[in-house]
Design a protein around this ligand. Structure first.
Ligand SMILES: [Cu+2]
Length: 685
């Protein structure tokens, strides 16, 4: 019988597959990946990122209901490589209102792969903080004759009146496949124990169509997706989403023979995005402070890969171009060119080797070379046009600078596994990983909060001269896979040189600009920060485990502990998950299942002073869920989240920036949702 909720697929080494009898645990061939089989979720949560909390080492940074950002072992945002159906998608919004996982809605998700610990060099372009791969349902070629496959899903929940409608269908024979899918989901503002979170409504629609051709070992696919996000709150950020329209194109050819696999992929995504600080939240009292921001992000990417007898070689690339223009509807003269064709291009080449050294020793060695170049066009803004001295100085310095930057980065990975007994394997890994600065970190020229979702309420300026981050990591652990018990602990230490982080700005023009804007607008923004290279370290322990009590009862869990610190000064790193974990207990019968899950998080007092990060309190939540098969292919899922209606706020939730909410002051951490009843019906054929 399947495990409910999310089944943890333990990735045991290939040599174990015969000895692992547990029905719930599916052993997959790749020893370094954990898979979450998300076709088994029961709720209607829209955001795929929220599911990551069940993966060891992973957490979710949340700025809004559709803006979950993956965190892995304390690193977030562009430090965690994310692919959606093999596509690399850089967020269209300069504040990451559309993180990469937002392009794989939970209702369409078929699997979410989280690389355990040090990611292979083949896992992604820049994997300094780990790698996540989301795959959505795309239908399968039939084994013979014409086949019609499909899935319908609909559901609703109480805490925010959310509704979900999703349909997907594919018609195929052995060589052709045509598929189409649609999704519509929306919600009102959500309740928490002491009131409402404003604004936390969301609205998203999605349409996909695809064609596939298969012959022998060859498969060709071309897919198009259109994602339209409407009014959606992001109370932790200075603005809310008005719209995010994205066109996604993905073309891939795969050759899958017994000893050789080849892949060629090209993909594009064109994103148009509008946001404002007045259309969903209470508008600023001063009409001069109203802001509309129109942003675009264009992605172009490709991958060529070959694997043969344990060798993997690949060439991959990604190019992104971003524009962001700020305006004021009350003042047609006002403009800020926030980013002007800020471009970042990465070209990568890697070689990887998996070795079976003996019947007990296995190794993986990999090396990657990345060439990263970035550039930006000239900028301007009304304050500089009007001759305000610090704005003039910032603009002229930026426009006169040599903005084109080039980095040559080398990553390597070495992993070793030793089969100690039939049930126990020891593991050790070493790596060097790099990341070149993001366009925000280099080209944010005017002190603003466009920081890829940091949401710390600080204004920043970029630093064109930034160096790439370089991390060295060591990781040790073991995998115990008995008949009933699975345990996989890891301990890790990651030392990062040139870690990119905001430090107090020494740019007098930036400091003066923020002071003058405060005086002019009656605001009290803190002094600006500047992105700089500092030294940092991360260390911790994470572990997942499961135990099959008998054929009906099973229990599973995850424990995470991570610390992130500066090495050059006495401070902690910003927005690092507090110690946390979860436990799930499940009772499974052939036609139905019920489960209890508890998530807990300790308080976080190790916070970043430079970011002005407040500490947080711990909490524990209890969730109930169940499902019943009503007829062939028809399943009803149901449950209650936060059964005791706890008032809590996760450390990784942002700080409320929205004024005028009688239930929640600005500067308070955004609370988690209150008690929530949900139900969902799935029909698949
Ligand atoms: Cu935005």
């Amino acid at each position: 019988m399947r495990l409910l909720g999310v089944a943890l697929l333990l990735a045991a080494p290939a040599g174990w597959s015969e000895s692992t009898q547990m029905e719930e645990v599916v052993v997959v061939a790749d020893p370094h990946v954990r898979t979450f089989e998300l076709s088994e979720t029961l709720d209607i949560a829209p955001d795929s990122a929220t599911i990551l909390r069940k993966a060891p080492g992973a957490s979710v940074v949340q700025n809004g209901p559709l803006t979950g950002i993956a965190q892995y072992r304390g690193m977030s945002r562009f430090r965690v490589s994310t692919q959606v159906n093999g596509m690399v998608i850089s967020a269209g919004g300069p504040n990451w209102m559309d993180p990469p996982l937002s392009y794989a809605p939970a209702a369409h998700l078929e699997s979410l792969l989280v690389y355990r610990g040090i990611a292979s060099v083949s896992a992604g372009l820049e994997t300094i903080g780990g790698a996540v791969k989301a795959n959505t349902w795309q239908g399968d070629f039939s084994d013979g004759g014409i086949e019609l496959d499909g899935r319908l899903r609909t559901g609703a929940q109480s805490v925010n009146g959310a509704v979900l409608y999703s349909a997907a269908a594919a018609v195929s024979n052995e060589s052709h496949l045509v598929r189409v899918s649609g999704l519509s989901e929306s919600a009102d503002d959500a309740d928490f124990k002491a009131g409402e979170i404003l604004p936390s409504e969301y609205k998203r629609e999605r349409f996909d169509v695809g064609y596939g051709y298969s012959r022998g070992a060859h498969t060709f696919r071309i897919d198009y997706g259109r994602s339209e996000t409407g009014d959606t709150g992001t109370a932790a950020l200075p603005m809310d989403i008005a719209y995010i329209d994205a066109d996604l194109v993905n073309v891939a050819w795969q050759y899958d023979a017994d000893d050789v696999q080849l892949l060629a992929r090209v993909h594009t995504s064109d994103i148009e995005h509008g946001m404002s600080n007045y259309h969903l939240r209470s508008a600023p009292g001063n009409p001069a402070m109203w802001r509309m921001n129109y942003a675009t992000g264009d992605n172009r990417g490709f991958a060529l890969a070959a694997s043969w007898r344990g060798w993997r070689i690949g060439l991959d690339g990604h190019d992104e171009t971003h524009n962001s223009d700020i305006s004021n509807p009350n003042n047609p003269m006002f403009f800020v060119t926030n980013f002007n064709d800020a471009e970042r291009t990465l070209l990568g080449l890697y070689l990887e080797r998996e070795l079976t050294l003996s019947d007990r020793w296995m190794a993986e060695l990999g090396v990657r070379f990345n060439h990263v170049s970035s550039d930006s066009d000239v900028v301007n803004a009304t304050p500089a046009m009007m001759g305000m001295p610090p704005a003039v100085a910032l603009r002229d310095t930026f426009n006169a600078a040599d903005r084109k930057q080039t980095d040559n980065n080398i990553d390597w990975v070495a992993k070793l596994r030793y089969r100690y007994t039939d049930n126990v394997e020891l593991y050790g890994g070493l790596s060097r990983k790099t990341r070149s600065p993001a366009y925000q970190e280099r080209y944010l020229w005017l002190p603003l909060m466009a920081t890829a979702g940091l949401a710390d309420g600080r204004t920043y300026t970029g630093n064109i001269e930034l160096d790439p981050e370089v991390a060295h990591e060591v990781e040790l652990g073991f995998d115990w896979a008995g008949q009933r018990l699975l345990v996989s602990p890891r301990v890790f230490y990651k030392r990062v040189d040139d870690y990119i982080q905001g430090t107090a700005s020494t740019n007098m023009a930036a400091v003066m600009f923020v002071q003058m804007m405060n005086n002019a607008n009656g605001t009290n923004n803190p002094a600006p920060l500047e992105f700089n290279n500092v030294d940092a370290e991360f260390y911790g322990i994470d572990m997942d485990w499961s135990y099959q009590i008998n054929t009906q009862w099973s229990v599973e869990g995850v424990v995470n502990f991570v610390r992130g610190e500066r090495r050059d000064v006495d401070d902690d790193l910003y927005r690092v998950a507090a110690p946390n974990g979860f436990v799930g207990l499940h009772y499974t019968r052939p036609q139905w299942h019920v489960g209890v899950e508890s998530f807990w998080t300790a308080g976080q007092s190790r916070t970043s002073q430079i970011n002005g990060e407040p500490s947080s309190s711990g909490y524990a939540l209890l969730n109930l869920q169940g499902d019943v098969t009503l007829a062939q292919g028809v399943r009803l899922g149901f449950g209650v989240d936060n059964v005791f209606d706890r008032n809590y706020a996760d450390h990784l939730s942002g700080i409320n920036r929205v004024r005028g909410n009688p239930d929640l002051a600005t500067g308070e951490r955004l609370p988690g949702y209150g008690r929530n009843f949900f139900a969902r019906i799935d029909y698949s054929w």
